[in-house]
Write a protein of this length. Structure first.
Length: 80
């Protein structure tokens, strides 16, 4: 690992620790909202990846693929 990689890793670890500390002080309702925001962000990133993988589909088709992936993840978490 070169010097810049080590610096980036240290910075990432510091930011992570700060975010964890901040989350621990959040009231439950803020945590719930933050979770929803993170889910929406993850879905947006996944949709961007789907669009990149399969250009030319309709918006409905992109959403169906996203839903399929979310369902697959849920089934995998349940062990089946």
């Amino acid at each position: 690992m070169n010097t810049s990689d080590v610096q980036i890793k240290r910075l990432a670890e510091k930011l992570y620790r700060e975010r964890v500390a901040e989350a621990r002080t959040m009231p439950p309702e803020e945590k719930l909202l933050a979770g929803e925001e993170l889910f929406e962000y993850a879905c947006a990133i996944t949709l961007a990846g789907i669009r990149d993988e399969s250009p030319g589909l309709s918006a409905e088709e992109y959403l169906r693929i996203l839903e399929d992936r979310l369902n697959l993840r849920e089934r995998m978490e349940k062990g089946g």
